[in-house]
Design a protein. Structure first.
Ligand code: ATP
Ligand code: MG
Lengths: 232, 451
């Protein structure tokens, strides 16, 4: 590789202890993610896909190994620094959308800016702009319960992007959507990847979607990469 | 996260669970309300008693005791009251009282003389101690005569009574009592006849040396009884009579058998004398002079410290009662906040995923419990104030039927309210510490994993 990768994962391991028995969700993963790439992560249920994404997203900390993003070590950051990392470097979307039900679409999109300490007026302005970008300009005042699954995921995408992250992490973003809507959402991510050179790492079971949009497919089995990885 | 946003988030969450917020804040309200009324009652009592003391002659009065006596009246069972008992041979007679009156700093001095009598008005009769009080003392500002006037001289044929004894004698209208005639019946023993008789004939009444005599006096003035009895000495006296007419009433030369133990060289002397100071500042000087004369002294001013200590103790006891309610309210807050964490588990995960720091989450929950405290505390002040007024009303209503004047039993200095609100917020914040920490420690991976 000529370019230094945006994300550099080495010997990454995450072990959960359940009832005194250690379970290795990830058992030594090496992976480089190039800036501006669209990477899909697939694998059977329980193979460690979500665990990998949570580690990349700074929601979890590894048991062993390192994660470097843009040359900076993410593994080993303290809780405060990790919160800053989540706030400014990555954006995440999930299978279950994870919107706050009591807040409107606009307020949900605004949320990352609140924790970034952005002034209220500026927040509202930017949130409205991002909602517009994902095609929900007219739904700012609606609560999640008043939106369809596809619309909720669009709100989640707007929320993930509002802080201008380097990487978008998507954990089975289409798992709760019908195939047409699923295609729309992945198409939206694809557009962002192409037009804005947003780095996307997406976990998905849906082979057809993965094959259509991802430029690279990483396959996990029992916490190890069995296909498409980067040897150390 | 800006503090204003944390407050916004906290309030939004409280608004979302209105009923529970209301109930939790009500717990704080009741606790603070109880505390406020308890403390204000303590303060009110203190204020009333202190004011009654200050308005009366109690602090500027020194009771002078003859040798051997530790307490006016000489009752050996009573708690000794004199700080320094006098010399055993010190006789408190007219000459001694005159000497007391001449001491610098002494405004007036008179012997404490009282005798038991059957006091009658109309067809009602009551046993009472009749107090012999010089006109100067009755006229002093320390005694409030609400109806009529004080007797003008030591020889005027008239008495001053208090309102309580009037009511017991069936006269509920003090103004109407002024001018009515009161009968004072005393008992005397003819000692000359006593020597010649045997006991059997005494008690058969055939030729008794014991005789009753009734004298009649117009009521010239009626004193008001203060709610806290603070006027002490004189205002408590049921019947006050000037020395002149008192001297003409035939009676026993002592009011208690204990008086007989004080007989020196055939003279009894007075059981006590009252010295009124010109000013409280003269207390120490006058007291040491009186002690130089060989007499014991007792001044209520000495008890002031004890009274203050008693009030401090009472404040603490009242506050302790209020504190129980506060503790219950605090547990309510902890409970509500933990419930809130469980309900918002996923939301906390979301907030963390989009960049909330532990501190941000902590602050939101902290402000939430603080807001409950602020609202509950403010409402508690209103509640405490309102219930106090209500209770005061009810007491007034009840006591006015007994002829007692209106009294504000509760005192509300501003610091009570400010302190109560600050305390409520403090307690609530303290209650929020554990829940806030717990919220901050929520693992976003776990919170976001499942629906
Ligand atoms: N918080 C946790 N505590 C204990 N074990 C966990 C935890 N999270 C994940 N695991 C375990 O780690 C392994 C990997 O889980 P992970 O969620 O990464 O799988 P996945 O590939 O995302 O599966 P799925 O396709 O079902 O989402 C599983 O065996 C799971 O039981
Ligand atoms: Mg998963």
């Amino acid at each position: 590789m000529t370019d230094a990768p945006l994300v550099r994962v080495r010997a990454l391991a995450r072990t959960y202890v359940i009832g005194g028995v250690p379970v290795a969700a990830l058992a030594g993963v090496d992976l480089d993610v190039a800036a501006g790439s669209f990477t899909a992560v697939t694998g059977a249920s329980g193979s460690g896909k979500s665990t990998l994404l949570n580690l990349l997203g700074g929601l979890d900390t590894p048991s062993a190994g390192t994660i470097e993003v843009d040359g900076a070590l993410v593994s080993g950051l303290d809780r405060e620094a990790l919160a800053r990392y989540r706030r400014s470097v990555v954006g995440m979307i999930f299978q279950s959308f994870n919107l706050v039900p009591s807040r409107t679409a606009l307020e949900n999109v605004e949320l990352p800016l609140v924790f970034a300490g952005v002034d209220k007026k500026e927040r509202k302005r930017r949130a409205a702009e991002f909602l517009d970008r994902v095609g929900l300009g007219g739904r700012t005042g609606h609560r999640p319960a008043e939106l369809s699954g596809g619309e909720q995921q669009r709100v989640a995408v707007a929320r993930a992007l509002i802080n201008g992250p380097r990487i978008l992490l998507a954990d089975e973003p289409t798992g709760n959507l019908d195939s047409r809507t699923a295609r729309e959402i992945v198409g939206l991510l694809d557009g962002l990847n192409r037009e804005r050179r947003l780095t996307v790492v997406m976990v998905s079971h849906e082979e057809s979607l993965v094959r259509e949009f991802a430029r690279r497919i990483v396959r996990l089995r029992d916490g190890r990469i069995v296909d498409g990885g980067d040897a150390a | 996260m800006r503090p204003a946003d944390a407050v916004d988030f906290a309030l939004a969450s409280l608004r979302q669970r209105r009923l529970r917020t209301f109930l939790t804040a009500s717990g704080v309200m009741i606790g603070i309300g109880a505390l406020v009324s308890m403390i204000s009652f303590g303060k009110g009592l203190q204020k009333n008693v202190t004011r009654a003391f200050e308005a009366s002659d109690l602090f500027t009065t020194v009771t002078v005791l003859p040798g051997g006596a530790e307490k006016p009246g000489g009752d050996p069972d009573g708690k000794p009251r004199a700080k320094a008992p006098g010399r055993a041979d010190a006789l408190l007679d007219d000459a001694a009282v005159a000497a007391l009156a001449r001491l610098p700093g002494v405004a007036m001095a008179y012997p404490d003389v009282s005798f038991p009598a059957l006091v009658g008005l109309g067809d009602r009769r009551e046993f009472r101690l009749v107090q012999v009080v010089p006109a100067a003392a009755v006229n002093s500002s320390a005694l409030r005569i609400r109806w009529g006037r004080a007797y003008g001289s030591d020889d005027e044929n008239g008495v001053v009574v208090n309102r309580t004894v009037l009511r017991q004698l069936g006269e509920t209208e003090p103004a109407a009592a002024v001018g009515r005639t009161i009968r004072i019946t005393t008992v005397s023993i003819d000692l000359a006849r006593l020597a010649t008789l045997n006991l059997a004939s005494i008690f058969s009444g055939a030729s008794s040396p014991v005789s009753q005599e009734t004298a009649e006096f117009p009521i010239v003035g009626v004193t008001e009884v203060m709610a806290f009895g603070g006027e002490g000495g004189l205002a408590e006296s049921a019947v006050m009579i000037p020395p002149g007419p008192a001297g003409r009433i035939k009676r026993l030369p002592f009011s208690s058998v204990w008086d007989l133990f004080r007989i020196r060289d055939g003279r009894i002397g007075y059981s006590a004398a009252t010295v009124r100071l010109a000013s409280l500042r003269d207390l120490d000087r006058v007291r040491s002079k009186v002690q130089d004369l060989g007499f014991g002294t007792f001044a209520l001013a000495d008890q002031l410290e004890e009274v203050t200590r008693a009030f401090r103790f009472m404040d603490m006891a009242l506050a302790a009662v209020g504190m129980i309610a506060i503790v219950v309210a605090a547990l309510g807050i902890v409970n509500t906040m933990i419930m809130s964490i469980l309900e918002r588990y996923r939301e906390i995960g979301v907030m963390k995923a989009v960049g909330a720091s532990d501190g941000d989450i902590k602050r939101i929950f902290f402000f939430e419990s603080g807001a409950i405290g602020l609202a509950g505390g403010a409402a508690g002040c209103v509640l405490g104030w309102a219930t106090s007024l209500l209770i005061n009303r009810l007491i007034d209503l009840y006591l006015s039927r007994q002829g007692m004047p209106h009294v504000a039993y509760f005192s509300f200095p501003a610091w009570i309210f400010l302190g109560a609100v600050a305390f409520a917020v403090l307690v609530s914040l303290a209650s929020g510490i554990y829940p806030a920490r717990r919220a901050a420690r929520v693992d976003p991976v776990v919170a976001l994993r499942h629906d």
